[in-house]
Design a protein around this ligand. Structure first.
Ligand SMILES: [Zn+2]
Length: 355
């Protein structure tokens, strides 16, 4: 009899354990379900609007957007004989809308119509020589109340950067996207005379801690030229970058692994490189950036014919250098100049860039 009881005892204990486990998991599941039911997703809290793009009463595109989001960075560029596309406008008096414009969707389920504006080709041909777009080049920052680390002309005081971004924001500058710059150079679209692009190279901790919160504060659209590989300057790596720090900051390529940890090592990486190796690096970088091949920032501004071949092979549209100057209608796409902003430059001199 004893031999027969043992399996029954074991079976009973086993059943009790299973029952306890079921009870524990069922309770946990219930808690999870409750959390989901109580939590509201962003789309339930925010209004959403239907965005429609019209050119001469013809609807070209439509999508939905949540209140407070920025308009999509995409190429919806209508074409009309003897005219140049002059931008998207919500109504004739409003500001030109692009990827730096925040959606104001006051009424849920509302439809917001964007209308194409046009300018005659003859008129634009007279205006376009006066369009001169500065691409501002920033690097590192410091807090004047607590200056730490190495100081050189590329390290800007947070107070100076704040004053500069405030100036852009208060003077209603237009922040063209890289797609718009490409279309402008192709002669497909106009760009406002008061256009500017803000860029930061290398994205060290000083950018994330000091620079980025300032562009966020003033809603100034900025491009982070990021090394997408594992090399980095100050312990950061692309893989451990904080995600979506600001909707006003976009990430574009500063190569994948052709920058190097220090200047001595990286000089010449791209300049003397094999175009195939360069193209492979840039394709990998674009992959990590969600397929973005709009623009590359040359490490230390160095490039050669073989670098340019590499860019073409990889399918990049634009390249920014460290050569001084502004973007004009006839600038060379893969050799766009920039304006270096140096430490100690006063606001008057900064304002002089735009006059
Ligand atoms: Zn760099």
């Amino acid at each position: 009899m004893k031999e027969h009881k043992l399996p029954i005892i074991i079976a009973t204990i086993f059943t009790i354990i299973i029952l306890i486990l079921i009870l524990v998991f069922a309770t946990k599941k219930q808690i999870e379900i409750e959390t989901i039911d109580l939590g509201l997703t962003e789309s339930q809290i925010k209004n959403h609007c239907h965005i429609q793009y019209f050119s001469d009463d013809k609807k070209l595109d439509e999508y939905e957007m949540l209140d407070g989001y920025l308009f999509k960075d995409q190429e919806i560029v209508p074409i009309k004989d003897n005219f140049v596309f002059n931008g998207w406008y919500i109504d004739s008096n409003a500001e030109r809308v692009n990827y730096s414009t925040e959606l104001n969707c006051e009424k849920n389920n509302d439809t917001i119509k964007l209308n194409a504006k046009w300018i005659t080709t003859n008129e634009w041909n007279n205006i376009k020589p006066s369009v001169s777009i500065p691409i501002l080049m920033y690097h590192y920052f410091y807090d004047p109340n607590n200056p730490t680390g190495e100081m050189n002309s590329n390290v800007l005081s947070s107070a100076d950067f704040d004053a500069e971004m405030k100036y852009l924001s208060e003077n209603s500058f237009y922040y063209p996207s890289w797609l718009e710059i490409n279309d402008f150079l192709d002669g497909k679209i106009t760009l406002p005379i008061k256009s500017v692009i803000v860029t930061d190279d290398d994205n060290t901790a000083t950018w994330f801690n000091i620079g980025l919160p300032i562009v966020e504060k003033y809603k100034v659209m900025a491009t982070q030229f990021t090394i997408t590989g594992t090399e980095w300057w100050d312990g950061h790596s692309y893989d451990n970058l904080p995600a979506s720090l600001s909707k006003y900051v976009i990430m574009r390529s500063h190569t994948n692994a052709m920058h190097g940890p220090n200047r001595g090592e990286f000089v010449g990486y791209m300049k003397g490189g094999d175009p195939n190796l360069i193209a492979n690096d840039l394709i990998e970088s674009a992959k990590r950036l969600g397929g973005k091949k709009e623009v590359l920032c040359y490490p230390a501004g160095e490039y050669s014919d073989s670098t340019l071949d590499g860019l073409r092979m990889a399918g990049y549209n634009l390249g920014v250098t460290t050569k001084p100057g502004t973007v004009k209608f006839d600038s060379i796409k893969l050799e766009l100049p920039r304006i270096r902003i140096s430490s100690g430059q006063d606001l008057t001199s900064f304002m002089g860039i735009f006059n």
